[in-house]
Design a protein around this ligand. Structure first.
Ligand SMILES: [Mn+2]
Length: 267
């Protein structure tokens, strides 16, 4: 089975998408499809903080204009992904999660018949594709570590950690040939913060999911496909499980799964 996998597209699909997707059996997208606001800043910015400062400095009308562009990019990516007519496994990531964004996403997914469950299972060929959408745990709420206890609790509840904790291991336990599609990488695996914009004290900090890590160690799925930490792109192993962080902004992976053997080609 050939998988075309990408994620954190942020409005950008690879030029070869149609060609490569037509050769794949399954398309996987690990979320964050829409353009990322602060990263649309013109010119050169040295730090993440300055990107956000630029974003915060915008007037209401400038923000509205950009928001329309972002909405459009979300729309375009989902339209293109679903145009391949191949089985499509998609999750949402951390973007568009407030009430209006949630509504926007549901409408968009309905329009293109995109099947979605925050934590769910779909059998495709002889494999169980298990989705695990974005969630926060105490150690990774706001990587800056600045959130108050109350805010941490709110974000953990808002992103429904309880639901994931309850259902994710259950689904895995009952699965054969499991392939996990997660927004966040597993803890201490392709999950270290870095890159030129990152404050020094955060470089190397692990912000992956412990829920996912523990489940991998216990249930030994064949493959985990993730993104979210753009700068930690790569292929790694946890025991016999292959983990692929597909990267961002149109980067992708061609993955071949035959029985228990996984081969990964990062593009
Ligand atoms: Mn993300």
């Amino acid at each position: 089975m050939k998988i075309f996998a990408l994620g954190c597209t942020h409005g950008k699909l690879p030029k070869s998408f149609s060609k490569d997707a037509s050769k794949a059996d399954v398309i996987v997208c690990t979320g964050d499809m829409a353009a990322a606001g602060p990263y649309m800043a013109p010119g050169k910015y040295k730090t993440v903080k300055s990107l956000y400062e630029w974003w915060d400095s915008l007037s209401k009308s400038e923000l509205n204009k950009l928001q329309k562009k972002i909405d459009r990019s979300y729309y375009d990516v989902v339209e293109k992904l679903s145009s391949s007519k191949k089985p499509l496994v998609v999750i949402r990531g951390n973007m568009y999660r407030a009430k209006s964004g949630d509504k926007f996403t549901r409408k968009l997914f309905n329009k293109y018949n995109v099947k979605y469950a925050p934590v769910g299972k779909r059998k495709i060929y002889s494999y169980d594709f298990i989705s695990l959408d974005f969630h926060y745990e105490t150690h990774n709420v706001r990587s800056e570590g600045k959130a108050s206890k109350r805010e941490i609790k709110r974000l953990i509840n808002f992103f429904r950690l309880k639901l994931f904790k309850k259902n994710f291991p259950k689904l895995l336990k009952k699965s054969k040939n499991a392939i996990i599609v997660s927004h966040v990488p597993p803890y201490r695996c392709l999950d270290a913060l870095g890159g030129p914009h990152m404050p020094k004290k955060l470089i190397g900090k692990h912000v992956g999911s412990k829920l996912l890590r523990n489940a991998i160690e216990k249930y030994k799925p064949i493959l985990v496909i993730c993104s979210h930490i753009h700068e930690a792109r790569g292929v790694a192993r946890i025991g016999k499980t292959t983990v692929v962080n597909v990267g961002s902004f149109g980067q992708y992976a061609l993955i071949n799964v035959e029985g228990g053997t996984v081969r990964v080609n990062l593009r």
